[in-house]
Design a protein around this ligand. Structure first.
Ligand code: ZN
Length: 370
């Protein structure tokens, strides 16, 4: 639940930075024609969620939608890997990065990388190496960090590929493939105007254990758990780290500006993409991010409906996460008492953060407010 509370707070930060986007309306604006805002509880997971609200489905800009989407995508990937291994296959992890510096324009960097990648996978030598690997297909994961707290080398967009191969390889074989692939990657990067990546940093090729570790940590939960120990870590800040920085310090204008730049450049880009035919091979459904974001949670029960006015009160006092915490801990009785408490918000009573925190604490303890 603590992670969910943080996601609501981070989403509110994203809303301030991106006021004219669907993320600004996500889990705030009601779906037209819905009766009210439903509050649901899932006993199995001890969690609660809303219905009747719009969702943005943005895996890049919205911490709440991203959590839901990446969790589902991870299961799809893991299932495909399991099937592939059961059939005797291997999975290798290929990582491709390019040189970058603090003065880079993110949009231009991504465009050049796309050009280099396209040339790379069409390259004759690369295709010969992939054929040696017995590569059936690959899943590409797109990621970005920013190094403002470390060596300040700017944006670092990069790619990880889970390669579904048929040939088992030892360390020497992997090194041979890596070297041959590097020479082509270097050439493609230079031709795309990206400069020359070093052998040490530009390319990596690892076996199945690394692939497992990567996918088990891939996505948001990982970011959230790492979040607390983050400052100045070598890997740089992720986009949601930038939101965290703004949440911690409203004066961090740099973080807000970087998140805006990121959000504009990544809009419409795919976070995870499967090569042609690979999803069908492993019987994975073709569902887009928006569909997943708006899907109902299984095994959940409707506790009650908030009226339009009650929902306005909740938004006004910024208590979207609090209502869900109360629903998960104390069910509808706790939610109703809280709604009764904030009812005055409509008449202009000012609720400060301390008052709300006190009410929350009382209700989480199972006591009524008198
Ligand atoms: Zn969203």
């Amino acid at each position: 639940m603590a992670l969910r509370v943080e996601r609501f707070a981070l989403q509110a930060v994203a809303r301030d930075i991106l006021p004219k986007t669907r993320t600004a309306l996500c889990l705030r604006a009601r779906i037209k024609g819905s009766e009210g805002v439903g509050v649901w509880k899932c006993e199995k997971h001890g969690t609660a969620h809303y219905s009747g609200l719009q969702t943005c489905g943005s895996v890049w800009s919205c911490p709440i939608c991203a959590a839901k989407i990446t969790e589902r995508r991870r299961l799809e990937v893991q299932d495909a890997i399991n099937q592939h291994r059961q059939a005797g296959g291997e999975v290798q992890l290929l990582t491709l990065t390019t040189p970058h510096g603090r003065g880079d324009d993110l949009g231009q960097l991504i465009q050049r990388q796309a050009k280099a990648l396209q040339a790379f996978f069409r390259d004759f030598t690369v295709r010969a190496v992939l054929a040696e690997m017995g590569e059936l297909g690959r899943i590409r994961a797109f990621e970005v960090t920013h190094g403002r707290k470390g060596t300040n080398n700017g944006w670092h967009p990069h790619y990880h590929f889970l390669q579904f191969c048929q040939v088992k390889a030892d360390a020497a074989q992997l090194m041979d493939w890596r070297t041959r692939l590097y020479l082509r990657w270097d050439a493609c990067c230079q031709r795309a105007g990206l400069g020359s990546p070093s052998f040490a940093h530009g390319i990596d090729l690892q076996d199945g254990r690394k692939a497992d570790r990567y996918i088990s940590k891939w996505g948001l939960e990982d970011e959230l758990t790492r979040g607390h120990t983050k400052k100045g870590r070598a890997g740089g800040e992720t986009p949601f780290d930038l939101l965290r920085a703004v949440l911690a310090d409203k004066e961090d204008r740099q973080a807000a500006a970087l998140f805006l730049e990121f959000s504009q450049c990544f809009k419409g880009k795919r976070q995870l993409s499967w090569s042609n035919g690979l999803k069908a091979r492993f019987n994975q459904a073709e569902k887009d991010d928006q569909e997943i974001a708006s899907e109902a949670v299984e095994d959940a029960q409707l506790l009650g409906l908030l009226t339009v006015q009650q929902w306005r009160d909740v938004l006004k006092v910024k208590a979207r996460a609090t209502v869900l915490e109360l629903a998960a801990a104390g069910g509808w009785p706790s939610v109703s008492r809280f709604l009764w408490f904030i009812d005055g918000a409509a008449e202009g009573v000012q609720f400060d953060a301390d008052m709300l925190a006190e009410a929350r604490a009382l209700l989480m303890g199972g006591m009524a407010i008198s």
